[in-house]
Design a protein around this ligand. Structure first.
Ligand code: F6P
Length: 255
């Protein structure tokens, strides 16, 4: 990485920040679609940023996915923030165990010397189960913790990629395709105007809850995710974007 890259990144960061109306944008070199190391670097950058804002006794809610797995891999103790609580933002959402929010949350807590609470709910949830499960005392307790989150760290995915990865039903796939969904985050699928096209039924953080949380940090890179990142930020509920060079360069082409 040369000085010229640094200033080039600064200009890019500023452009993205202004256009998407964000508080902070950080770009790491490379394309995480192509190299695992780039995703690791994305994870490390997210950890550095998290430590720069985290204070003692705060609650951090996290989502699943491979980018968040990279964040958990790179997690380390903070030298100032102690006693933090890590919670999954929402239920399983159809990810493999190693990429589930519960797994990531436990690993992050362990590495940060923090505490964690997990959310055990069937995935996907039927309407009936949903109604009775939110009345369970143990579920109620963790939902309370989730709503108290001070910081949220989450992934953003391409809508169709995520629907397929979750083995969504034909009906859901059709809804997502005919509604022209572009991005996915927190189990919500958005079109390119930021409109919600479909929502996975599960307990935990709802989109509305995000507006009350001061630090909502998105971690998403790779050229293939540029459109998704753009679409997700149309509804503007996150304040920070940690991305890579390839996504950033592709993103500004669309501005
Ligand atoms: O399924 C959890 C999740 O955070 C989604 O909301 C998001 O679209 C996806 O993972 C991102 O996954 P990855 O980082 O592997 O692209």
């Amino acid at each position: 990485l040369f000085m010229s890259d640094l200033s080039e990144f600064n200009v890019l960061e500023q452009q993205i920040k202004d256009t998407l109306n964000l508080e902070h944008v950080i770009i790491t070199p490379g394309n995480s679609d192509e190299h695992a190391l780039v995703k690791q670097e994305l994870g490390k950058t997210a950890v550095d940023y998290l430590h720069s804002i985290l204070v003692s006794n705060q609650t951090v809610a996290v989502t699943g996915g491979t980018s968040m797995t990279a964040v958990a891999e790179m997690m380390r103790p903070s030298n100032h923030a102690v006693n933090c609580l890590f919670v999954p933002a929402r239920g399983g959402l159809g990810e493999r165990v190693e990429n589930q929010a519960n797994t990531i949350c436990a690993e992050m807590a362990k590495k940060a010397n923090g505490d964690y609470r997990l959310l055990y709910v069937p995935d996907p949830l039927s309407e009936d189960t949903y109604q009775s499960i939110i009345e369970e005392p143990s579920v109620k307790e963790i939902l309370h913790n989730i709503r108290q989150a001070n910081v949220v760290v989450h992934g953003i995915g391409d809508a169709l990629t995520m629907a397929k990865r979750r083995k969504a039903s034909e009906e859901v796939l059709h809804k997502i395709q005919s509604g022209n969904a572009v991005s996915e985050a927190f189990g919500y699928y958005f079109d390119d105007t930021g409109e919600v096209i479909h929502k996975v039924r599960t307990v935990g953080m709802q989109l509305e809850d995000l507006s009350k949380i001061k630090s909502v940090i998105a971690v998403a890179g790779g050229k293939s995710k540029a459109k998704a990142i753009h679409s997700y930020f149309k509804q503007g509920k996150s304040s920070v974007l940690i991305t890579d060079e390839a996504a950033a360069k592709e993103l500004i082409k669309g501005f």
